[in-house]
Design a protein around this ligand. Sequence first.
Ligand SMILES: Nc1ncnc2c1ncn2[C@@H]1O[C@H](COP(=O)(O)OP(=O)(O)OP(=O)(O)O)[C@@H](O)[C@H]1O
Length: 205
Amino acid sequence: MEAGATMGHNLHVLRVDRLGKRYGDRWIFRGLSFQLNLGDRLVIVGRNGAGKSTLLRTLAGLLSPSEGKVDLPEGDPRLTLGLSALEQALYPQLTVEEHLKLAADLRGCPPRSEELLDQIGLTYARRYPAGQLSTGMKARLKLAIATQAHPKLLLLDEPGAGLDEEGRALVKQIADEQRGRGCLVMATNDPSERRLAELELELAN
Ligand SMILES: Nc1ncnc2c1ncn2[C@@H]1O[C@H](COP(=O)(O)OP(=O)(O)OP(=O)(O)O)[C@@H](O)[C@H]1O
């Protein structure tokens, strides 16, 4: 599959070349090639176990490819890449605002805490420890952490899971903002989230 404009163009944000990942001798996906340019939004769909999270984690550099390669945006990946995923751990004892500060410190970027707390609707919960947050509140905090440095490549794994209507509107807002900033890759089977992206890749194994 090839998404976005011409291959060989050097304005790409993400380029994936014959990418494959296997666990043991079982291939989860193989031969994936595509390119995303500024403003491109791609949704990855596929049944449970099809490999959506595995692909996102491989794009994020958390898993190494079994074959092929991923060209990430130029620059420090702590600033150019943001990932929000269900399995991502939060620190139960740290508060919402301490998470934002820690994430900013680790990235070496300004914390933007006030603005982010307001955007994710958690200003009232800024001093709650993460261990006391509901599922949807945790999902909102992960979105804030992923978008904190305005990454060129934003990777969202089932961002709407656990979110209420206002939380889903937040996902749409983030997807819209990302268009002007870089590109978005989102794994989801949710029909309303699928509509947020112009490009679609279906995984089947
Ligand atoms: N560390 C691992 N070792 C071996 N197999 C794994 C590992 N992680 C995932 N898998 C397998 O890889 C396949 C793809 O899993 P993955 O989580 O990427 O699917 P998914 O499409 O994101 O599923 P879902 O829609 O349920 O979130 C599954 O069959 C899973 O069991």
